[in-house]
Ligand binder design. Structure first.
Ligand code: 3HC
Length: 263
């Protein structure tokens, strides 16, 4: 997928020197993803040139973009060593996708899902290569956020985890390891916080702008929780929270604020 997360992942891979194929079945998303990559690579290199004398940003941009190819068929990844999936957050769609991918990719290829809230193990099982399957969770905007969570299911091979962790590090990320638990580290702590902020605004405890200002200035967050919920996407927040409420009805931290449900 070459949407919000996928285009960023493809970009940092190419920028780090890896030949990269960006795939999306939807022609518009593919074109928008390619455009977003081209704009972002040029912008980041221009910024680097302004700070680093002698850095040729035009040449660097050309080099990065030359490592990227684009395709609208999954067959284009047949020869890839690592396949990072960032498609729709729907367990049934992902499992079907992995059953198909397992049959098309080369046997030694490693699969990594950028799922933000789904269990990794069922996808790993569907791919028929659970030892070569990990979670690789990035943060929006991928190009600027420094973290990548590396998620291990009980069946993941230690050597595969090392390889993927090493790759993510080469693409400029700091990695943390985590078990295959709901939301991993960041979303487990962050998304309920966004829900609590939405509920606070719904109750009228404080104005939206004041809640955001309070968390920026009083807790040192770069964005307030309501701005961040928009930035992540209210659809994504809803799908994460609704999925958790279904699966873990007794966990009090998981709830869907009514106004989010109305979306
Ligand atoms: N590529 C290139 N440049 C980009 C960019 C991109 N994709 N996105 C933004 N920029 C640029 C901006 O255009 C701006 O350029 P300028 O200086 O020329 O105007 C520059 O980066 C910095 O932007 P800001 O001035 O807005 O500066 P900030 O210091 O506020 O940084 C931020 C922006 C990094 C987004 C910061 O606000 C931040 O950290 N926000 C919180 C983001 C966050 O929490 N993300 C995680 C969400 S959870 C998630 O993704 C998980 C998922 O599973 C739900």
């Amino acid at each position: 997928g070459l949407g919000l997360m996928g285009h960023g992942i493809a970009q940092i891979s190419a920028a780090a020197g890896f030949r990269t194929v960006g795939v999306d079945l939807n022609a518009d998303v593919l074109a928008n993803g390619q455009h977003a990559i081209e704009t972002s690579v040029a912008k980041l290199n221009a910024r680097k040139a302004s700070k680093q004398e002698g850095f040729d940003d035009k040449a660097a941009t050309e080099e990065t973009l030359a490592r990227l190819t684009y395709a609208s068929s999954v067959d284009a990844v047949a020869q890839c060593d690592l396949i990072v999936e960032a498609i729709v957050e729907d367990a049934a769609v992902k499992e079907k996708f992995y059953a198909d991918l397992g049959a098309r990719a080369k046997p030694e290829a490693i699969f990594a899902s950028n799922t933000s809230s789904l269990a990794v193990a069922p996808m790993a099982l569907a791919s028929k290569r659970p030892d070569r399957f990990v979670g690789l969770h990035y943060f929006n905007p991928v190009q600027l956020m420094k973290l990548c969570e590396v998620v291990a299911t009980p069946k993941a091979d230690d050597h595969v985890l090392e390889l993927v962790d090493g790759w993510a590090t080469l693409t400029g990320k700091v990695t943390v390891r985590c078990k295959d638990t709901p939301g991993f580290v960041v979303n487990r702590l962050l998304v309920p916080n966004l829900a609590a902020a939405i509920a606070m605004a719904e109750r009228g405890d404080a104005a939206i702008q004041d809640i955001d200002a309070a968390m920026c200035l009083g807790a040192g967050h770069p964005m307030g929780p309501l701005q961040l919920a928009d930035y992540v996407g209210l659809d994504t927040c809803l799908s994460i929270l609704a999925g958790w409420c279904d699966q873990y009805p007794t966990e009090p931290a998981f709830f869907v604020p009514p106004s989010l449900m109305a979306k």
